[in-house]
Design a protein around this ligand. Structure first.
Ligand code: UD1
Length: 312
């Protein structure tokens, strides 16, 4: 069995590459342009893993990588809500045109299924929590709109081109290997870096916004299940934990884990930011067998340990 993971050298992609090998996939090809991914994320992996340096905007490269592929896991993207506001053109090009290439090549190669990394940002602000897949999407940023378009293409390829697809709306994934190197990095990677370097983090707004932070291993497990579950082609599922924590709560838990106190700075709210995010997990549990293994605190502990070893 052969699987392609676009974005396979990224932090979520590389966790998925490991998970696929452990789940019995013989050959896993990470397809990545190393824009935000790193070769080092794949170090130490066995000969069942290979890396193709390529860009999803290049149709021929994508098509060629998919030769004899059984499954495609499409995670490559330019992430970040604020980045998509500051630089909308590259994120549009990669997240929409690149995704179209991936679906088109997968249909042409007749792969068994594509699992697409969609985003919880598609919901925008909703009055009702948790957010359930039947709600009307309400994107608030280019990134959210792009990820939603990817979902629409996934279902359309299922309906019109006989390609099996499943979209998973990732809810603020965190864990080892998340790169804290940019202002656009995920907030938990920035919090981890702050605790290790002793430099106070900045919290945008009052810190009372909340997120359903989801540990990367749980996401990798669900992605694999989504590739195997029967009768779900064309559908969209939440990939979250079902909980939510405010940034203030999260920062406080993390200081306890690290055994270090550091007063956070507060700055203005970020444009395009969603106030609260929490997944309804019922559909993912029922149709995909979603079974998260890690509590938020356990995920934070494991992640902090990793940053301690790799940033110290
Ligand atoms: C959004 C999506 C998420 C997706 C991610 C990809 C939502 C609810 N979630 O994450 O599913 O995976 O895009 O990029 O839309 N913050 C600070 N200080 C910082 C950095 C961030 O306070 O230094 C705040 C942000 O303002 C935000 C929260 O932390 O309120 C989380 O931000 P971030 O980690 O960037 O992720 P989202 O934009 O929520």
């Amino acid at each position: 069995m052969k699987a392609i993971v676009t974005g396979g050298a990224g932090f979520i992609g590389s966790a998925l590459v490991r998970h696929l090998r452990q789940s019995g996939v013989d050959l896993v090809v990470a397809f990545d342009n190393l824009n935000s991914g790193h070769k080092s994320n794949l170090y130490g992996l066995d000969s069942g893993v290979s890396l193709i340096e390529g860009d999803i905007r290049d149709y021929d490269a994508v098509h060629s990588a998919m030769e004899n592929a059984d499954y495609v896991f499409h995670l490559a993207a330019i992430p970040s809500v604020p980045r998509s506001i500051v630089e909308p053109i590259p994120s549009h090009d990669v997240n929409i045109n690149g995704s179209f290439n991936v679906f088109r090549a997968a249909a042409d190669r007749k792969v068994k299924r594509v699992v697409y990394a969609a985003s919880s940002s598609a919901y925008g602000d909703t009055e009702i929590l948790p957010k359930v897949e039947t709600m009307q999407p309400n994107p608030k940023s280019p990134y959210a709109a792009q990820k939603l378009m990817g979902e629409y293409y996934a279902s359309v390829f299922s309906a019109c081109f006989g390609l099996e697809t499943v979209s998973l709306r990732f809810f603020n994934v965190f864990g080892p290997r998340q790169d804290p190197g940019s202002a656009y990095s995920g907030v938990l990677s920035l919090f981890m870096k702050s605790l290790i370097t002793g430099q106070a983090p900045t919290i945008f707004g009052d810190g009372e916004q909340s997120r359903d932070f989801t540990y990367v291993e749980d996401v990798a497990g669900l992605v694999w299940k989504a590739s195997q579950a029967p009768g779900v082609s064309g559908r969209v599922f939440n990939a979250g934990n079902g909980n939510r924590y405010t940034l203030n709560e999260t920062w406080s838990i993390l200081q306890k884990i690290a055994g270090r106190e550091l007063q956070a700075n507060y700055g203005p709210s970020r444009r395009g930011d969603v106030k609260h995010s929490q997944a309804d997990t019922n559909s993912a549990v029922k149709f995909l067998g979603h079974a998260p293994q890690f509590t938020f605190e356990e995920g934070l502990r494991r992640t902090f340990q990793w940053y301690q070893q790799s940033l110290a």
